[in-house]
Design a protein around this ligand. Structure first.
Ligand code: PSU
Ligand code: MN
Length: 305
């Protein structure tokens, strides 16, 4: 039974007691961030969540076992593994049956979180609609998957390597509500304002929890997306950002990169060409999302279900 879900005891106990739990993804440390920063960021995120009184549940596939609440040594091992797979939801049963280890994307992480009863999930950037999707059909499975799961997912929007306006259109089509944390400017991950607006701002974790509660009361089973901009002063210089982005997209095309290799390729290019500054911003963004997610988990755990 390699494919059965493993839930860490502390996560199971917190879920059963209605105590706050925050899901964290693993693709961020298996494929999103370079070594050795990746493992430091992943372990630090867990510590920060714990310091707020919330149980962290890092999710991935460990030696064929889909796991909600990876141990520190499992996080360390996958962070350092050369042949670790990037698994979206459709890949999870395959890597499970093959006994492989995988970082799980937002889609796969969200599904496993929900299966374990975890309701809030913080990530860096969400997958979305790729540029030129009209031709390539490249839209992340994150969107369709989150449309069918009643979670709260905190991200800093989608990276500007994607087509942001098309992504926002797809969110609407898929009934994925999106609220901005203290802003109606949709963030562009590295930059606080992508230049595209959303309809609603929310002011507090309590307000986000009330929206989730209202949704659950109506039986609406789609994720509430919380767009949390990078803190003021931490964003990438917008001009540098635009320049490097243009070159990254050109390089991907020249190299013929397609499919799920696209995101890691572009992120790696951005990092090299900004002399690591995009990486610092990435880490800062993630910290902000982890903090807000923990606060939302706390607010939700204090409300009647
Ligand atoms: N966006 C980022 N960093 C990432 C990803 C997205 O800024 O690491 C990862 C997430 O795990 C996301 C996945 O779920 O890439 C989307 O990949 P794809 O487009 O292949 O579905
Ligand atoms: Mn894709």
């Amino acid at each position: 039974m390699t494919a059965s879900l493993v839930i860490a005891a502390e996560v199971q106990e917190a879920v059963s007691a209605g105590d706050p739990v925050l899901a964290l993804e693993s693709t961020i440390f298996t494929h999103g961030l370079p070594r050795p920063r990746n493992v430091a960021v992943a372990l630090e995120a867990e510590e920060r969540v714990r310091a707020l009184g919330v149980t962290p549940a890092t999710i991935g596939v460990v030696d064929g076992r889909p796991t909600v609440g990876m141990s520190s040594s499992e996080i360390e091992r996958l962070s350092d593994m050369d042949d670790v797979v990037k698994a979206s939801l459709r890949d999870v049963p395959i890597v499970a049956a093959k006994g492989l280890s995988a970082g799980t994307t937002v889609a796969a992480t969200a599904y496993l979180a929900h299966l374990a009863g975890v309701r809030v999930f913080s990530t860096g950037g969400l997958g979305g609609v790729h540029r030129d999707a009209q031709r390539t059909f490249d839209e992340s499975a994150d969107l369709g998957t989150l449309a069918a799961l009643p979670l709260v997912v905190v991200s800093a929007g989608v990276k500007s390597i994607l087509d942001i306006p098309l992504t926002l259109e797809r969110l609407e089509t898929l009934n994925l509500a999106v609220v901005g944390y203290r802003t109606t400017d949709y963030p562009g991950f590295y930059i606080a304002d992508s230049g595209h607006d959303i309809e609603y701002a929310v002011d507090s974790p309590a307000e986000i929890a009330r929206i989730a509660q209202a949704r659950d009361g109506l039986g609406i089973a789609s994720t509430l997306l919380v767009a949390n901009p990078v803190s003021a002063g931490s964003e990438l210089d917008p001009d540098l950002h635009d320049d490097v982005l243009t070159r990254a997209l050109g390089a991907a095309e020249d190299a013929g990169v397609t499919g799920h290799d696209t995101t890691p390729f572009l992120l790696d290019f951005m990092q090299r060409e900004t002399a690591g500054r995009s990486l610092d911003v990435n880490v800062e963004v993630y910290r902000g999302n982890v903090r807000l997610g923990a606060e939302i988990a706390l607010a939700l755990s204090g409300m009647p279900r």
